[in-house]
Design a binder for this molecule. Structure first.
Ligand code: NAP
Ligand code: FE
Length: 376
């Protein structure tokens, strides 16, 4: 029953929490740098509420809204320079995982003028990052509660994370209503990402008692949302009348999954999924969840007790579950043998920790076989 647990973000949740408690941001300074993507912050209503709260509390602000999906370190560096030049004292990241992850990196660059973009991976710099506050607008990454930031190198196009105590938000305003403006496709992909976090984390050896509690809570909540999304599929969009309970369940489910992920990390589907995002533009959630069938298969073989418990929680069987997830994921790509060999060569020197902590510990050769089986 042992566990390790470290999650030092102050998370305030509930409908209207930003307007109610936004004054707490004043303790981080008099000038805020708002970091977002081009449109989601405004569409979700979070930007408007944030500006209102900042103005009411005498906090001035400037805005950098050029963070793209799969944020580039060069853009984060640019935003960091912009905020430093404007005397920003703390960062407010608003958006999906891309803007939230970027906020963590921008806070490091803003406080460290001489840090070159690519050197952020060395994890060495002189000054503490600026404080970071976050507002999530998708039901996926759980970045609000993790000490993780997934960045993309602007030269190699590779996705690579940084993580550590310096990557936690100081303050999180977690309000499911800001996820209501997600397009249907974003809702599907981000719910799948959250499900993947909970199930990948659940199968790792780091999943202690607390992480298991969160995973077991998150998994049925998110699976339920994925089934609801299947019903909405006919429309191809989120129906106007989509129950706010859907968003509550999906958003809080993604945070619970994030809490599991934060200690456990992810298993092999995440690094394999990065290959699909980098080379085929598949959205992150779909890219990772595309390997759910293979993960469950290995769970059945190597972690049978956990596997049995998983389907007890889900209230269904492996075949039904995997069929539903494959249908929602819907990744249809083809790779040549040469492509696969090239993608897998990144693991020549060392296989990622995510492979090692997967059920049965995945080898590079097995990763290659998975690609061949699915995409050749
Ligand atoms: P995202 O990349 O942040 O956003 C996807 C798209 O959805 C963007 O076009 C965005 O618009 C739009 N969008 C987001 N919220 C919206 C809303 N409420 N209304 C309308 N449009 C909205 O999506 P994500 O899946 O949340 O994040 C993916 C990133 O997170 C990946 O880079 C992934 O690697 C990373 N990730 C991080 C962790 C972690 O622990 N830190 C875990 C898993 C994944 P805008 O461009 O205008 O914002
Ligand atoms: Fe993810």
């Amino acid at each position: 029953m042992n566990f390790n647990f470290f999650m030092p973000a102050n998370v305030l949740s509930g409908r209207g929490v930003l307007l109610k408690s936004g004054a707490k941001m004043a303790s981080y300074g008099k000038k805020c740098g708002i970091l977002t993507g081009p449109s989601s912050a405004v569409k979700s209503g979070a930007f408007g509420d944030a500006v209102k709260v900042l103005e009411e509390n005498g906090i001035s602000y400037c805005v950098f809204n050029e963070i793209k999906e799969n944020p580039l370190i060069s853009d984060c560096k640019r935003a960091g320079d912009f905020f430093r030049e404007n005397g920003v004292e703390f960062i407010l990241g608003i958006g999906g995982g891309s803007a939230l992850d970027a906020a963590k990196a921008v806070a490091i660059y803003a406080a460290n003028e001489s840090l070159e973009a690519g050197d952020i991976y060395l994890r060495k710099y002189d000054n503490e990052p600026l404080p970071v506050c976050l507002i999530g607008t998708t039901t996926g990454t759980g970045s609000e509660v993790t000490g993780v930031s997934v960045l993309t190198h602007h030269e190699t196009g590779r996705k690579k994370s940084i993580s550590g105590p310096d990557c936690y938000a100081k303050l999180v305003f977690a309000d499911p209503q800001y996820t209501k403006s997600m397009p249907y496709k974003v809702a599907v992909s981000t719910c799948l990402d959250a499900l993947s976090h909970a199930i990948e984390g659940y199968f790792t050896p780091k999943c202690g008692e607390i992480q298991t509690m969160f995973a077991e809570k998150a998994i049925p909540m998110i699976y339920d949302c994925i089934q609801t999304l299947e019903e909405y599929e006919l429309f191809g969009l989120m129906p106007e009348e989509a129950d706010i309970n859907f968003y509550d369940k999906a958003y809080y489910g993604s945070l619970y999954a994030g809490i599991t992920l934060n200690t456990c990390g992810t298993a092999f589907p995440h690094p394999l999924g990065y290959v699909l995002t980098e080379n085929y533009g598949i959205p992150h959630g779909k890219a990772c969840t595309c390997f759910m069938t293979e993960l469950i298969e290995r769970g059945r073989i190597y972690e049978n007790k956990k596997y049995l418990r998983l389907f007890e929680i889900l209230g269904t069987d492996e075949k039904t579950f995997c069929n539903k997830i494959e249908k929602a994921t819907d990744v249809k790509i083809k790779m040549s043998r040469e492509d696969i060999a090239k993608y897998c060569s990144r693991w020549d020197e060392a296989v990622p920790g995510n492979f090692l902590q997967s059920p049965g510990s995945l080898t590079k050769e097995e990763a290659q076989e998975i690609f061949e089986k699915k995409f050749l």
